[in-house]
Design a protein around this ligand. Structure first.
Ligand code: NAD
Length: 434
């Protein structure tokens, strides 16, 4: 029935949903801060990015337009139509409980599919609220559905023969598993994984501005962002000035409860996550790195049982060591020094992840070389979090992504539809009758 609902009628629910999300931005922001730990400002920012995707999906009557060729031979026309897949599902991570589902949900539904969301078991409350708002739009029952649970729920969705496509966002290990299982069961799959997001700082960069932007990227959302930069590669003389600049920016960051005014960074998601992150800092030290800002063992007054890890910076990180290659997913930044841009790009291109890489420079030639050569899905030039707007597709390369079509924008429309080619013959002599 939903498929038969004209696209123009489908998007009426999205206009209502946009209004409802706007009205509930602050309420959703509070829920996210309470369950996820990030600051209220970060939570509200996340909801705004979710709304952007609803806005783009409102354009679906145009985005769904196919191709037509008349008279490919005498009296024969050919068309390409886009039709929905049926039922599709998204499996989401904990770190952006409102935004990540919206990379997929509005497009899937606007294209005429019914949609199932399996949120993270660590942050289920933001989705509860979003689905309450869906109900208020009057969208027909069953068009959007919420299923809570962990691995068991995921496996059931991966095996279910009526689920036509899986969108996954989470760690690379699980992304690889979900991609393998989904495709083995004949489904389309787009699976976004983990990241390291290295940043190159050239000697001609404005050090103060660079340190401020890198600090926001590395320590914002307590480093639990798939676009958080967690390695800085300083080129030449930048290796002398950058560590001092980032040290000051890291040490001055205000850590605390996300609803308190002036707090710039909240806790990490769980006690296990805190001890994993602190363990990896120790391992980096054993590999020869020096901790120049130490965020281990710190507490916030009034919240002594909180899972706080304060901003941490390590110098002289071994680029070939184990920790430089794995995702820490906490507010921890490693510093590496190299002789030139070629060596820096070589490190990025040799790494297992390919979500984002950034360059800070004053040189157009360096920027062009970097943009051209870096083997990552998102490039930032003098930007610390190169998150695409909702009308651009979003995802990484290498072990940061398994699949081909990405989330958001036109890629999402292609992912959530299948094309049908129609060839029609209406001989000219038949039309003479009319
Ligand atoms: P996670 O992989 O632990 O969990 C993600 C989802 O998979 C959850 O819904 C969870 O219930 C499910 N899951 C977990 N283990 C499973 C298993 N063994 N089998 C089946 N399903 C399983 O990830 P997380 O800790 O919630 O989120 C953090 C990770 O997500 C980080 O690695 C981060 O980089 C990544 N992430 C990536 C992007 C991106 O765009 N590339 C965006 C956000 C987060």
């Amino acid at each position: 029935e939903w498929r038969r609902t004209p696209p123009n009628d489908r998007v009426q629910y999205f206009y209502k949903m946009k209004g409802l999300l706007e009205e509930h931005v602050e309420e959703l922001g509070c829920i996210i801060t309470e369950e996820c730990g990030k600051t209220f400002e970060e939570s509200v920012g996340e909801v705004r990015r979710a709304i952007e995707n609803v806005e783009v999906a409102c354009g679906i009557p145009m985005l769904l337009q196919g191709y037509n060729n008349e008279d490919i031979a005498s009296g024969i026309d050919e068309h390409m139509l886009r039709q929905p897949l049926g039922v599709v599902a998204t499996i989401a991570p904990f770190n952006f409980p409102a935004m990540v589902p919206f990379w997929f949900m509005p497009y899937a539904v606007a294209c005429g599919n019914c949609f199932i969301l399996k949120p993270s078991e660590k942050t289920p409350m933001a989705s509860e609220k979003v689905f309450e708002l869906w109900q208020q739009t009057g969208i027909p029952a069953g068009v959007v559905q919420l299923v809570n649970g962990g691995k068991e729920a995921v496996d059931r969705l991966l095996e279910h023969e009526e689920v036509g496509a899986i969108s996954f966002v989470g760690s690379s290990e699980v992304a690889r598993y979900v991609y393998g299982q989904a495709t083995a069961h004949g489904k389309r799959a787009q699976c976004q994984g983990g990241a390291k997001n290295p940043v190159i700082v050239m000697p001609d960069a404005d050090m103060e501005m660079t340190a401020k932007i890198v600090a926001d990227s590395s320590f914002g959302c307590a480093g639990q962002r798939c676009l958080a930069s967690s390695l800085v590669i300083s080129v030449g003389e930048a290796g002398e000035s950058f560590p001092e600049a980032i040290k000051a920016a890291a040490a001055s960051r205000k850590v605390g409860y996300g609803m308190d005014k002036g707090v710039e960074m909240g806790p990490v998601i769980t006690a296990e996550s805190k001890s994993r992150i602190e363990g990896l800092i120790g391992q980096w030290e054993k590999e020869g790195a020096q901790v120049i800002v130490d965020g281990r063992g710190c507490t916030v007054s009034g919240y002594e049982r909180g899972n706080f890890v304060f901003p941490t910076v390590l110098e002289n990180v071994d680029p070939m060591g184990e920790v430089a290659g794995i995702e820490i997913f906490g507010p921890v930044l490693g510093l590496i020094q190299v002789a030139d841009l070629d060596e820096a790009i070589g490190l990025i291109n040799g790494a297992r992840y390919g979500n984002m890489a950034c360059l800070f420079t004053d040189s157009g030639a360096a920027a062009r070389k970097f943009r051209y050569e870096a083997t990552v899905g998102n490039v930032g030039i003098n930007i610390g979090v190169a998150a695409p707007m909702a009308f651009f597709p979003f995802s990484g390369w290498k072990n940061s992504f398994f699949g081909d079509l990405h989330g958001q924008g036109r890629h999402a429309v292609e992912f959530f539809t299948q094309t049908k080619i129609v060839v029609e013959r209406w001989p000219r002599e038949w039309s003479r009758k009319f």
